[in-house]
Design a protein around this ligand. Structure first.
Ligand code: FMN
Length: 340
C-alpha cells in the first residue's frame, strides 16, 4: 500500500480523512480531528445558490484555517451556472480542494434536485461537476456520492465514470443508497465496483469506526483513502488509532482523564469560536460532551446530564464527576480481583 495518495496537487497520507458533517464537523471538530491525525477534512455543506445570493454565512462556513489543511469546501447544488459562480466565490478562501455533495439524502436538499438526487440524473451530475472543474482552475474538484438512489438503481460506478470524464479528481463513495439514509449497513462491494471502474482515487466511506474496519475497507475495496464520519463522534482518537495501525505502531488508547481533557478543550473551542453567548454556544457543545462519555460506567445518566449543560464551568464539574466514578469503579474492580 503506497503511503500517500494525490488528489490533484494535494498529497494525503493513506490513513483516514474526516467526512463532511453538517451541524457536527464544524471548525472546532475539524481542528481536533486533524490534531489527532485525520489526514484531511471537509467543510460542512454549503449551498451553491445560497452563497451566490447572500454572503451572510459564507465566511463562517468557508474560512480555512492553517490547522485544518488539507481541507475541502463542500458545495451542493444542481444548476451548473450557480455551481460555477459558487466555486469562484469559495476560491477566495483558498481551499485545498472543492467537493461536490451528491449524497445528501435529506428532503430539503434532495427534494430540490441536489445532493443524492443527482444520482438519478447522471448527465446533470456530470454537467454540474464539469462546471465546477472549469471554474476551479488548478484547484482539484472531488465529488461525494452514494451507492445509488435506491436498491434497484445502484449506479455508483456509472456515476463515478461520468464524473471522471468531467474532470473530477477523486470520488468518495458512501456505500448506502439514498433510500437507506443511515440505516442498515454500508455495502462496501459497491466501493470496490467503483474502484474497478475508474482511474481517479476512490475514497471509501461508511461505518468505519476503528483500525479494524478501516483496514478492512482498504483491503476489501482496494480504495485509495478512507473517510470517517460518525465513528469520530466524541472519538477523534480514532484517527490516531488508524495512523498507528497503518504505521505498524502499537496504539495506546486515551485514559478517561485524557478523554475528558480533550472533551473540555473541544467545548472551550466551540464556545470561543462561537459568535453566540456561552449558554447558546453550549447548546451546540452538549452533544459533543455526551459523545465523549459514551461507553463509560453510568454513561447513560451522564449523557443525559450533558444535555442540561449551560456553561463551561458546569462541564468541568461533570467531567470531574465522570472521572471519579470511573476510577472508583476501577479501584472497586481491582479490590474484588485481589480478594479472589
Ligand atoms: C450529522 C451528519 C451530517 C452530515 N452532513 C453531511 C454533509 O454536509 N455533506 C456530506 O456529503 N455528507 C454528510 N453526511 C454524511 C457523512 O459524510 C457520511 O457519508 C456518512 O455519515 C457515512 O459515513 P459514516 O458511517 O462514517 O458516518 C452527514 C452525516 C451525518 C451523520
Amino acid at each position: 500500500m503506497a503511503d500517500t495518495v494525490r488528489i490533484g496537487g494535494v498529497e494525503i497520507k493513506k490513513t483516514a480523512i474526516l467526512a463532511p458533517m453538517a451541524s457536527v464537523a464544524d471548525r472546532a471538530y475539524r481542528l481536533i480531528c486533524r490534531e489527532f491525525g485525520a489526514a484531511a477534512c471537509v467543510s460542512e455543506m454549503v449551498s451553491a445558490k445560497g452563497i451566490c445570493y447572500s454572503d451572510r454565512k459564507t465566511a463562517e462556513l468557508c474560512t480555512v484555517t492553517p490547522g485544518e489543511r488539507p481541507m475541502g469546501i463542500q458545495l451542493f447544488g444542481c444548476e451548473p451556472e450557480f455551481m460555477a459562480r459558487a466555486v469562484e466565490i469559495v476560491l477566495e478562501y483558498s481551499p485545498d480542494f472543492i467537493d461536490i455533495n451528491m449524497g445528501c439524502p435529506v428532503p430539503k436538499v434532495a427534494g430540490n434536485g441536489s445532493g443524492s438526487a443527482l444520482m438519478k440524473d447522471v448527465g446533470l451530475a456530470a454537467a454540474v461537476a464539469e462546471a465546477a472543474v472549469k471554474a476551479a482552475g488548478n484547484v482539484p474538484v472531488t465529488a461525494k456520492i452514494r451507492s445509488g438512489w435506491s436498491g434497484d438503481s445502484v449506479n455508483a460506478a456509472e456515476v463515478a465514470k461520468a464524473l471522471e470524464a468531467s474532470g473530477v479528481a477523486a470520488v468518495a463513495v458512501h456505500g448506502r443508497t439514498r433510500d437507506q439514509f443511515y440505516s442498515g449497513s454500508a455495502d462496501i462491494s459497491v466501493i470496490r465496483d467503483v474502484k474497478n471502474a475508474v482511474k481517479i482515487p476512490v475514497i471509501g466511506n461508511g461505518d468505519v469506526t476503528g483500525a479494524g474496519s478501516c483496514l478492512k475497507m482498504y483491503r476489501e475495496t482496494g480504495c485509495d483513502l478512507v473517510m470517517i464520519g460518525r465513528g469520530s463522534y466524541g472519538n477523534p482518537f480514532v484517527f490516531a488509532e488508524i495512523e498507528a495501525a497503518v504505521d505498524g505502531r502499537e496504539y495506546v488508547p486515551p485514559t478517561v482523564e485524557e478523554r475528558m481533557q480533550v472533551m473540555l478543550r473541544h467545548i472551550r473551542m466551540i464556545v470561543e469560536m462561537s459568535a453566540k453567548t456561552e449558554p447558546f454556544a453550549m447548546h451546540e457543545a452538549r452533544k459533543h460532551a455526551a459523545w465523549y462519555m459514551n461507553g463509560g460506567y453510568g454513561s447513560a445518566k451522564f449523557r443525559a446530564r450533558c444535555y442540561q449543560l449551560s456553561s463551561y464551568a458546569e462541564a468541568e464539574n461533570l467531567a470531574d464527576e465522570f472521572i471519579n466514578l470511573q476510577s472508583g469503579r476501577m479501584h472497586k474492580k481491582s479490590a474484588e480481583i485481589s480478594l479472589d
